[in-house]
Design a protein around this ligand. Structure first.
Ligand code: DGL
Length: 275
């Protein structure tokens, strides 16, 4: 029985394509694990929606992933981690991990002067969750949060190196530049896809933190502690990675193929409201 659970897939979800940056990191660090990814492309963005709505969406997605017998759920979305993770953990009986705690921890490890910027959706920044976690590790940290709501649609449209993205990024990030921060948390899983634009604007003196890396490290540790790590190479053709969306499967597939080294063979559309 235990062996079967170990070989069960890891469920990963986001409002859209952003969580692929986390899935990609899990693939790198745990190549034997199977993954079922869900992107809520019909209802993106989550960042401007209420806590109740994001929690309801997240609950439906957890039910969908559990219907595929996942052994754990990775909330690869900062907004859903901020708003819904506590609820999901209470309701569902599988180990879960979000991206905020690992990101906050990594920011504290990276900063030298204790001055940290956090960029994310309106929901994530408004929730104050990064401040809370960062201060729980380093009480004297000075944190500056900035919501960047237009980044998500720009990323979803694939405008990663476009002058429009550059212009909007300059407006958003301008106010962070003179604050002497030495670390900037990419507190939305979509943002690593425009990392080079953000890095160019912030300059070499600012370390960009992508919580995906630390999330995968902590996921591996959590699965290890619970004896849930898969040590058996999945058989060829066993559908190691499966992708589901709530709309626009073809567009998602093309997009995902452009960023995933491992290839996204197909993406299927499902009716998430039914879960
Ligand atoms: N990628 C998500 C996050 O990390 C959500 C973006 C959105 O849907 O607004 O917050």
């Amino acid at each position: 029985m235990k062996e079967e659970i170990r070989q069960a897939p890891i469920g990963v979800f986001d409002s859209g394509v952003g969580g692929l940056t986390v899935a990609r990191e899990i693939m790198r660090q745990m190549p034997k694990e199977k993954i079922i990814y869900f992107g809520d492309t019909a209802r993106v963005p989550y960042g401007s929606k209420s806590k109740e709505t994001v929690t309801r969406f997240s609950r439906q997605i957890a039910r969908f992933l559990l219907s595929h017998d996942v052994k754990t759920i990775v909330v690869a979305c900062n907004t859903a981690s901020a708003y819904a993770l506590d609820e999901l953990e209470k309701e569902f009986d599988v180990p879960m991990i979000g991206v905020v705690k690992p990101g906050a921890k990594m920011a504290v490890t990276r900063t030298r002067n204790g001055r940290i910027g956090v960029i994310g959706t309106e929901g994530t920044i408004g929730s104050g969750i990064y401040n809370e976690y960062i201060r729980s590790v380093r009480a004297d940290a000075v944190i500056y949060g900035k919501a960047c709501p237009l980044f998500v649609p720009l990323v979803e449209e694939g405008l990663w190196e476009d002058p429009v993205t550059e212009e909007i990024a300059r407006r958003y990030l301008g106010e962070l530049i003179d604050l002497d921060i030495d670390t900037l948390v990419l507190g939305c899983t979509h943002y690593p896809l425009i990392r080079s634009v953000i890095g160019r604007i912030m300059g070499d003196g600012v370390t960009l933190v992508n919580p995906a890396y630390e999330t995968a490290v902590e996921l591996k540790a959590m699965l290890g502690e619970q004896h849930l790590l898969n040590d058996v190479e999945p058989a060829l053709g066993s559908n190691r990675y499966q992708f589901y969306v709530s709309d626009g499967a073809e567009k998602f597939k093309q997009f995902a193929n452009s960023i995933m080294k491992y290839g996204v063979l197909s993406a299927k559309t499902i009716h998430i409201e039914e879960y």
